[in-house]
Design a protein around this ligand. Structure first.
Ligand SMILES: C[S@@+](CC[C@H](N)C(=O)[O-])C[C@H]1O[C@@H](n2cnc3c(N)ncnc32)[C@H](O)[C@@H]1O
Ligand SMILES: Nc1nc2[nH]cc(C(=O)O)c2c(=O)[nH]1
Ligand code: SF4
Ligand SMILES: [Mg+2]
Length: 212
């Protein structure tokens, strides 16, 4: 059984897949509390659905790209077989995860977008660092940057672990809080080998709108 906040069809707003039509499965619940989280409505509530229900709802959208997100999707043990089932059904599968939960049980076909929570999130000490050793070239690592302190912390993690040689590294401003231009200029000044991203959907729809 899966506890689900929402299943919706939208334009992927993040990662290297930004701009592509995508179905989102937002699982309920998260053990973290990032200071700037834009999805606190997924912490509680939700509706219990069987894996078959979820697959049927996803299939109905007729879209080959699916993202499992949350909340923290890996906080539900049944998320692991769901990811495998989605791959078996022929979907291209993305997983958006906080970095705090072990990704060892995630199907290797899944494209993992792994956050590394910076100090400004208040959750940096929750990082499960062995997750970085399991990154495949189709995976992506994301740093959401609140301020200059976060930027310098992320830069050190990227350089000391040679992350850009392993996979795409994304840096994103905290929406509505971090000056995007400032972050872009820091990246350029340092020749940091990352992909700067904005949350595209928040520029298309109202930033606080659900289900997009
Ligand atoms: C809501 S989280 C759900 C998945 C998982 N719990 C995680 O944190 O990756 C989805 C993505 O949105 C990002 N995010 C949440 N609030 C944000 C904000 N205010 N500005 C920029 N990105 C944000 C998170 O860092 C994460 O990459
Ligand atoms: N359009 C859209 N793209 C997204 N990419 C990642 C999202 C997420 O909340 O994990 C998200 C989201 O909530 N909406
Ligand atoms: S881990 Fe993800 S869902 Fe949980 S509080 Fe942080 S951003 Fe929000
Ligand atoms: Mg979102």
């Amino acid at each position: 059984m899966l506890n689900v906040t929402e299943i919706f069809h939208s334009i992927q707003g993040e990662s290297t897949h930004a701009g592509r039509p995508c179905v989102f499965i937002r699982l309920t619940g998260c053990p973290l509390r990032c200071t700037w989280c834009d999805t606190a409505y997924a912490f509680y509530g939700g509706r219990d659905l069987t894996e078959d229900d979820v697959i049927a709802r996803v299939r109905a959208f007729g879209c080959p790209l699916v993202e499992v997100t949350g909340g923290e999707p890996l906080s539900q043990p049944d998320a692991f077989p769901l990811l495998t089932r989605l791959c078996d059904e022929g979907f291209e599968v993305l997983l958006e995860t906080s970095g705090a939960l072990d990704t060892a049980g995630v199907d290797r076909r899944v494209h993992v977008v792994l956050d590394v929570k910076c100090p400004g999130s208040g959750m940096a000490e929750r990082m499960h660092w062995p997750n970085l050793q399991r990154l495949a070239s189709h995976d992506e690592v994301k740093f959401v940057i609140k301020d200059r302190g976060d930027y310098e912390w992320a830069r050190e993690v990227i350089r000391s672990r040679d992350l850009a040689a392993r996979c795409t590294v994304l840096v994103s401003p905290v929406f509505g809080e971090t000056d995007a231009r400032q972050l872009a200029e820091w990246v350029l000044a340092d020749r940091l080998p990352v992909r700067f991203q904005l949350q595209l959907h928040k520029h298309v729809w109202a930033p606080d709108m659900r289900g997009v």
